[in-house]
Design a protein around this ligand. Structure first.
Ligand code: G1P
Length: 297
């Protein structure tokens, strides 16, 4: 089976949930300590052996392109000041992988955004990583999905159990008993984008990691606007399932929804606490806050 070496990261949304910040700064540039969220996503792809990344952007997203580009003036300045560690950090960024950009001219939905990648991806399998869903650096979800494609030739989607009341915020999967598949794989038999909880076939939510063969592009091209008047990736996947097996990779934990304000703050705190250089100071801040707010037992 062919190797998955390309990834597509859609980053064209307006980020209205994070206004006013997102008026002039793309939501993908929200800082998680000292790195923008999208850098975590790019690094996750690279950890999985991907060396060609296409980021789908829109106008007003120049900061993302600048972030992954060389900055000769900054490098020169850091060099002159003997700031070697910082110099290495900014240089590494541009050398991480081949990072390409293409614009989604019109905001017609996630399916449409992925469809734009067709010419770049060509006849190869590829991964899709949504920037709002940040995975802990130790996560094995995407690697497992890529291995599944390489071993069985099966497209897959990451699935996570969410509280029933929240399933309407996600794509939702119907799954079948799959004793013949190794854990944590399940066979997906249906997909519906953001169903009312009462109509949801399960509480298994689509989380933003997918691995596809190139045939998904034909299905995206044939998909009409669905939920919210947008061309939905879940609808294209549903159409593909008529011809081709789609597996679910069920996982729990290690996912951060940086599109939600409380979870964004949790992300900064949890990943900040994992930093040797910050842990002690951050713990002191958290202790002081808890004490002051009278939340100590
Ligand atoms: C998108 C997908 C949805 C998926 C979600 C995961 O929705 O359309 O199927 O469950 O990402 O984060 P969005 O959150 O962009 O509205």
């Amino acid at each position: 089976m062919s190797t998955v070496r390309k990834a597509v990261i859609p980053a064209a949304g307006w980020g209205t949930r994070f206004l006013p910040f997102t008026k002039s700064v793309p939501k993908e540039m929200l800082p998680i300590v000292d790195k923008p969220a999208i850098q975590y996503v790019v690094e996750e792809a690279i950890r999985c052996g991907i060396d060609d990344i296409l980021i789908i952007t829109s106008p007003y997203k120049k900061a993302i392109e600048d972030h992954f580009d060389r900055s000769v003036e900054l490098e020169h300045l850091l060099d002159e000041k003997d700031k070697d560690r910082e110099l290495r950090q900014v240089r590494e960024l541009a050398d991480l992988a081949d990072i390409h950009f293409i614009r989604q001219g019109e905001a017609l939905g996630l399916g449409h955004a992925i469809g734009i990648a067709r010419r770049h991806v060509g006849r190869e399998p590829f991964a899709v990583l949504l920037g709002d869903d940040l995975m802990h650096p130790s996560s094995k979800v995407l690697q497992g999905m890529i291995d599944t494609y390489e071993d069985r030739g099966a497209a897959s989607v990451a699935l996570m159990q969410v509280p029933h009341a929240e399933i309407g915020s996600y794509g939702c999967a119907r799954v079948e008993p799959s004793d013949d598949l190794p854990d944590p794989l399940v066979r997906v038999s249906g997909l519906v984008e953001k169903p009312p909880p009462a109509e949801a076939p399960s509480d298994l939510a689509v989380i933003g990691r997918y691995v596809f063969g190139p045939e998904i592009f034909d299905h995206i091209a044939a998909t009409e606007a669905g939920h919210g008047g947008e061309i939905q990736l879940t609808d294209a996947m549903l159409a593909m399932m008529a011809e081709r097996e789609v597996l679910g990779w069920v996982f729990q934990g290690g996912r951060y929804d940086v599109g939600s304000k409380p979870d964004y703050l949790r992300t900064v705190i949890e990943l900040g606490l994992e930093r040797e250089d910050l842990r002690a100071d951050l713990m002191a801040v958290l202790r002081a806050v808890v004490e002051r707010e009278g939340m100590c037992p």
